[in-house]
Ligand binder design. Structure first.
Ligand code: N2P
Length: 351
């Protein structure tokens, strides 16, 4: 009995030692930490995450969201779970106002100097204390010109009864409402019960015309021919254009806005140093180029842009020749007003 116990202990010891050895050999196991990244879907290439883990040993858990509102709500419910979030400008403004972000130590992010000066010290984050731009872009109209011959210049041209169930649109309340406000010539940040009451009848006409609401991957119904018109993020439009030049991109004549999505560290993150290391990593020109290759949004990194091909830089969806672009701002309680109206309209349009 005694001998059996000794044998069992020896086997256990051997197993323990061999598992320790394995740990030392595998760099991804030699992790000094981990990082909980909460970011937009279809936005951070797996190759970039893998490259970071390989180099640093820091494991990255990438959880996704499809709207600023979804992210903000989840963050408010349990901020400490996330080490990095990726809000758009108006959501950065909102999170700063509510004291939900940590100040960055820019001395740990020297690659910030690779950003085009146009993307430094933006007004939503005075002094650039909390946010580092990741990608920028616009929302616009994709037209499959093989299927739609009519001139499409703006939202009014898309939302016509003859295009019923041929349209894919972002599944994003703030976006959709801004399209109606643009048509009505109401400023997109002027969200009150009165302005929404003006937008409501128009939205009531528009929503039943849409076949698919999808912010994650609106490319699929366009590429498959299920839809012929889309109001989508420029990165999705640019990918379609790369595949087939028949997919043109139009910035709506009634108005369009530019977004800037940034990386920020929420209060309560237990991995601030790792998060700053990740931010610095994605700002390397060759890493940022991988992001543009996979998700062709407007790259704010001037050094990375030097590595892009002429074809990438002349993609009209990624780098549109835009005159005046609007910017979303934090609308505080307006978010709830929009949400309430849209749920009412959406439930009224089902079936
Ligand atoms: C990526 C979503 C882009 C973010 N699929 C728009 N702000």
């Amino acid at each position: 009995m005694h001998r059996l116990a000794t044998l069992v202990s020896l086997v256990c010891l051997a197993l323990l030692l061999s598992s320790c050895n394995r740990k030392q050999q595998d760099p991804s196991q030699a992790s000094s930490g981990s990082l909980n990244l909460f970011a937009w879907s279809e936005y951070v290439p797996q190759e970039v995450i893998d490259g970071f883990t390989k180099e640093t040993g820091i494991k990255v858990n990438y959880e996704t969201y499809d709207s600023n509102e979804a992210m903000t709500t989840k963050l408010s419910q349990g901020a400490s779970r996330y080490d990095l979030v990726q809000p758009s400008e108006y959501a950065v403004e909102n999170l700063i106002r509510r004291g939900m972000l940590q100040e960055l130590d820019l001395s740990q992010i020297p690659n910030i100097n690779n950003l085009d000066p146009k993307y430094r010290n933006l007004s939503y984050d005075p002094g650039q204390k909390y946010s580092v731009p990741y990608m920028a872009g616009t929302v616009g109209i994709v037209v499959n010109t093989k299927k739609v011959q009519d001139p499409i210049r703006g939202y009014k041209d898309v939302f016509q009864p003859k295009f019923k169930r041929r349209i894919v649109a972002l599944n994003d309340n703030r976006e959709i409402v801004s399209w109606a406000l643009d048509v009505l010539k109401i400023p997109i940040n002027d969200i009150t019960p009165q302005t929404l009451a003006k937008a409501e009848p128009l939205l009531k006409e528009w929503l039943p015309l849409v076949k698919v609401f999808d912010s994650d991957n609106p490319r699929t119904p366009l590429a498959s021919g299920d839809c012929d018109l889309g109001i989508v993020y420029c990165g999705d439009a640019a990918k379609l254009y790369e595949q087939d030049k028949a997919f043109t991109y139009v910035l709506p004549e009634e108005g369009a806005h530019e977004f800037v999505d940034s990386l920020c560290i929420p209060k309560g993150s237990a991995h601030k140093a790792e998060a700053e290391r990740f931010i610095n990593y994605i700002l390397r020109p060759e890493v940022s180029k991988i992001i543009s290759d996979k998700f062709p949004y407007t790259n704010p990194n001037a050094e990375a842009r030097k590595l892009l091909s002429n074809e990438q830089l002349s993609n009209p969806a990624s780098y549109p020749k835009a005159e005046h672009l609007e910017v979303f701002h934090d609308i505080g309680p307006g978010t709830q007003l929009i949400g309430d109206m849209m749920s009412r309209l959406r439930s009224g349009t089902q079936g």
